[in-house]
Design a protein around this ligand. Structure first.
Ligand code: NAP
Ligand code: ZN
Length: 364
C-alpha cells in the first residue's frame, strides 16, 4: 500500500474551533522516521482534552491543529527500525502520548513511567517533535504517523470502537485504580460520569472492588451507573447533606471532573482514614481552596495521575478483553465531527462519542 503525501483531517484554526468550526482540510504529515509507523484511522474517540485544546483552555494551542488521541487503525507503513514490533495490517491503538525520551538514564522511561518523562514527552497533538520541529497532529483524520513505540496492538477480542476510547479515557482511570490498590476489600468512588468516569466505574467493578460509588451531580445517570456496576450513587447537586451522610465510607476516589468549582471539601469528607483522592480531570482554572484539616484529621492524601505507559495500556487492553469490559460508546460518522464535538461539550455523550471513518472499516 502506498503512503499518501498529504493527510486529511478536521482542523481547528483558532480558539472558536470547538464551537463547530473545524474544517476538513489537507495537511502535511510528520517527516517519516525509521522508528515510525503510519496508520489508516478506523476510528477515534472524542476526549475532554480535545475540547480544552481546541479552545486554548490550557494555554495557547498551536493552530492549525487536528485533535484526537483515542485512535485505532490499521498499520499501512512500517519504518525500517520498527519492523520487529509492527507489520502492515496490524490493528493498533494510539493514546494521548506519541513519544518520550526512551533513554536508559531517564528515571521515568526506565521505570515504566513514560507518561511522566520530563525530557521527551510529545503529546499526540499539539506537541512538538524535537528532531523535526513538527507539531503533532491527531486522529480526527484519515491517517496518522507516529513513533511505533507508542502504538499498541489491539487484542482480537476488542472491537475497534471499544478499544479507541480506552487508549486515553480508559487508561487514565485504569492506571490510578491499579496503582492505588483498587480491588477486593476496597470501596472506590468515581467523581463525574463522563467518558473517563464511566470507565472508572467499569474498571473498578472489573477489578473486584467491594463497592463502587458513582458520584455525579444529578440523579439522571443513576440507572446507567448501576448498569455499569456502581453499587451506590451520590448526586451532589440534588442529595441533601450528601457529604455528611456518606462521610468516611470510601478508600479511594478518582475525580474526573474538569470544572474548577467542584465541592472538593465534600469529596474529601467521603474518604476513610488514610484514604486517597486522585485528580485526573484537568480544569482550566485552579481547584478550590481547602482547609488543611480535611487532610490532616484523617491522614488523607491528594494526588494526580496522567494517562499510562505503553506497557500499562497493553495490560489494560488485555484485562478488558479477558474481563469483557464493554464501554458505552456512540459511533458517529467522521463527517459529523463538528456536531459531535459541540454535543460532547454540552455533556450529551453517553458516554463516549467515537468518530468512525466508514471506508476504513473494511479490512486491508
Ligand atoms: P466528559 O466526558 O465531559 O466528563 C466530564 C464529567 O465531569 C461530566 O460528565 C460531568 O459528570 C462532570 N462535570 C462536568 N461539569 C462539572 C461541574 N461543573 N461540576 C462537577 N462535575 C462536572 O470529559 P472526559 O473526557 O471524561 O474528561 C474529563 C477530564 O479529564 C477533562 O478535563 C480531560 O481533559 C481530563 N483528562 C485527563 C487525563 C489525564 O491524563 N489526567 C487524560 C484524559 C482526560 P456528571 O454529569 O456525572 O456530574
Ligand atoms: Zn484524552
Amino acid at each position: 500500500m502506498s503512503s499518501p503525501e498529504t493527510f486529511h483531517g478536521w482542523l481547528g484554526h483558532d480558539s472558536t474551533s470547538a464551537a463547530g468550526n473545524l474544517t476538513w482540510s489537507s495537511f502535511s504529515p510528520k517527516p517519516f522516521n525509521p522508528t515510525d509507523i503510519e496508520i489508516k484511522v478506523i476510528c477515534c474517540g472524542i476526549c475532554g482534552s480535545d475540547i480544552h485544546t481546541l479552545r486554548s483552555g490550557w494555554g495557547a494551542t498551536h493552530y492549525p491543529i487536528c485533535v484526537g488521541h483515542e485512535i485505532v487503525g490499521h498499520v499501512t507503513r512500517v519504518g525500517s527500525s520498527a519492523s520487529s514490533t509492527h507489520k502492515i495490517g496490524d490493528r493498533v491503538g494510539v493514546g494521548a502520548q506519541v513519544l518520550s525520551c526512551l533513554e536508559s538514564d531517564c528515571d521515568e522511561c526506565s521505570n515504566g513511567q513514560h507518561s511522566y518523562c520530563a525530557k521527551g514527552f510529545v503529546g499526540t497533538y499539539n506537541g512538538q517533535y524535537k528532531d523535526s520541529g513538527y507539531w503533532s497532529m491527531g486522529g480526527y483524520a484519515d491517517y496518522v504517523r507516529v513513533p511505533a513505540a507508542f502504538a499498541i496492538k489491539i487484542p482480537d477480542g476488542l472491537k475497534s470502537e471499544d478499544a479507541a476510547p480506552m487508549m486515553c479515557g480508559g487508561i487514565t482511570v485504569y492506571a490510578p485504580l491499579v496503582h492505588n490498590g483498587a480491588g477486593p476489600g476496597k470501596t472506590v468512588g468515581i467523581v463525574g460520569l463522563g467518558g473517563l468516569g464511566h470507565f472508572g466505574v467499569l474498571f473498578a467493578k472489573a477489578l473486584g472492588c467491594d463497592k463502587v460509588v458513582a458520584i455525579s451531580r444529578r440523579r439522571n445517570k443513576e440507572e446507567d451507573a448501576r448498569a455499569m456496576g456502581a453499587t451506590e450513587y451520590i448526586a451532589t447537586s440534588e442529595d441533601d447533606k450528601w457529604a455528611t451522610k456518606h462521610s468516611r465510607t470510601i478508600d479511594l476516589i478518582i475525580s474526573t471532573v474538569s470544572a474548577p468549582d467542584i465541592p472538593l471539601s465534600g469529596y474529601l469528607r467521603l474518604l476513610k482514614t488514610n484514604g486517597q483522592f486522585i485528580q485526573v480531570g484537568a480544569p482550566e482554572d485552579k481547584l478550590p481552596a481547602i482547609m488543611a484539616f480535611a487532610l490532616i484529621a484523617k491522614g488523607c492524601k491528594i494526588g494526580g495521575s496522567q494517562i499510562g505507559s505503553p506497557k500499562e495500556i497493553e495490560e489494560m487492553l488485555k484485562f478488558a478483553a479477558e474481563k469483557g469490559v464493554k464501554p458505552w460508546v456512540q459511533k458517529v460518522p467522521m463527517k459529523q465531527a463538528n456536531k459531535a464535538v459541540v454535543e460532547m461539550e454540552q455533556g450529551k455523550a453517553r458516554y463516549r462519542f467515537v468518530l468512525e471513518n466508514e471506508e476504513a472499516q473494511a479490512r486491508l
